[in-house]
Design a binder for this molecule. Structure first.
Ligand SMILES: Cc1cc2nc3c(=O)[nH]c(=O)nc-3n(C[C@H](O)[C@H](O)[C@H](O)COP(=O)(O)OP(=O)(O)OC[C@H]3O[C@@H](n4cnc5c(N)ncnc54)[C@H](O)[C@@H]3O)c2cc1C
Length: 303
């Protein structure tokens, strides 16, 4: 079967696009490896329309139901290769070849985690002891004692951002000395943000606190934010020659087109705010662009 569009990734970006594409009467398949950031959110409180909050897993489940209701096909699998043959794309997922006229890459990013097993990490996330996104849940840590794990510009900026939610912030370099310049150290001192060098020798979890062991001290927090960077899942776009930023984000125009004709991108894989709402917004633009671009090749008429 030739699909109008294959969507790679079934998080908020991919599923929003699938809902739009299916409702445009286009044939769409979503291939999802189910390792997304949205599905890992214990509960999100900043998504408009959910005043009591909604667990990420429930949100994704609802979006899947909605996409399927309009005819989108969903496949649990990983796309391991993406090739272009003339005007069509061939995605390989678990020995299956999926052929489509257009591709939307909505594969997200993977956060670098503190050193701990998957099981303990999931437990820490569920209890809000480890967090990744101050924009998302800074409100929830208001006036609490918070650690920020990371160093350099990224962690420095994250600690400063969090300073408007709480006055009790400690910046910890996970591996050794901090990689901060004198001016940054002065700024930390001015805003009363303590900083300690690693290495982190261990992390202990309790019901409502998390303890970080350094070689010379033990620090206990209500939560820690991991500001340790991430890997952008843009390798499939790169294999087709799409332009990426230095950080690995896929470059798109204001209609979510990449530099490869027929390949579009939306969500965290694209440079942006990395929020559910912006992933959905980009996906709605991408889906409408895909529909309009496909119409230029082959007018879609209802018989
Ligand atoms: C702990 C945490 C809490 C957060 N809280 C909030 C919040 O409260 N509010 C908010 O707005 N945002 C929050 N975010 C950010 C939010 O999760 C992301 O911005 C959002 O999920 C981006 O959607 P996405 O569809 O681009 O990516 P994702 O949700 O990450 O989905 C990408 C999907 O693509 C799949 N995939 C990747 N590569 C392939 C492949 N080759 N083949 C098949 N599938 C593939 C992945 O497995 C995954 O299922 C939070 C993030 C984290 C980590």
């Amino acid at each position: 079967m030739m699909y109008d569009c294959v969507v790679i990734g079934g998080g908020p970006a991919g599923l929003t696009a699938a809902i739009y594409l299916a409702r445009f009467h286009l044939s769409v398949i979503v291939v999802d490896h189910c390792q997304g950031r949205a599905a890992s959110i214990p509960i999100t409180y900043n998504l408009a329309g959910f005043p009591e909050g909604i667990p990420g897993r429930d949100l994704v489940r609802r979006m899947r139901i909605q996409a399927e209701r309009y005819g989108a096909h969903l496949r649990i699998s990983e796309v391991t290769s993406l090739k272009r043959n003339g005007d069509i794309f061939i995605a390989t997922a678990n020995d299956e070849f999926i052929v489509a006229r257009a591709v939307l890459l909505a594969s997200g990013v993977v956060n670098h985690r503190p050193p701990m097993s998957d099981e303990r990490h999931a437990d820490a996330l569920a209890k809000g002891l480890i967090r990744y996104c101050p924009v998302c849940d800074g409100f929830e840590i208001t006036d609490k004692n918070i650690g920020v794990l990371g160093t350099g510009e990224r962690a420095f900026n994250e600690a400063l951002f969090l300073r408007s939610f709480t006055s009790r912030i400690t910046l910890i370099a996970p591996e050794g000395a901090h990689d901060l310049i004198g001016e940054q150290l002065l700024t930390l001192a001015r805003y009363r943000i303590e900083s300690f060098a690693g290495p982190v020798a261990g992390i202990e979890l309790e019901e409502d606190k998390i303890t970080v062991k350094l070689t010379d001290r033990v620090l206990t927090f209500a939560s820690i934010y991991a500001a340790m960077g991430s890997d952008v899942r843009s390798e499939l776009a790169a294999a087709l020659g799409a332009t990426r930023t230095a950080a690995g984000c896929v470059e798109v125009d204001r209609h979510q087109r990449t530099t490869v004709t027929g390949l579009y991108a939306a969500g965290d894989v694209v440079l942006g705010l990395d929020q559910i709402s912006s992933a959905m917004g980009q996906a709605s633009v991408a889906a409408t662009t895909i529909r309009n671009d496909l119409c230029k090749q082959r007018i879609i008429l209802r018989s």
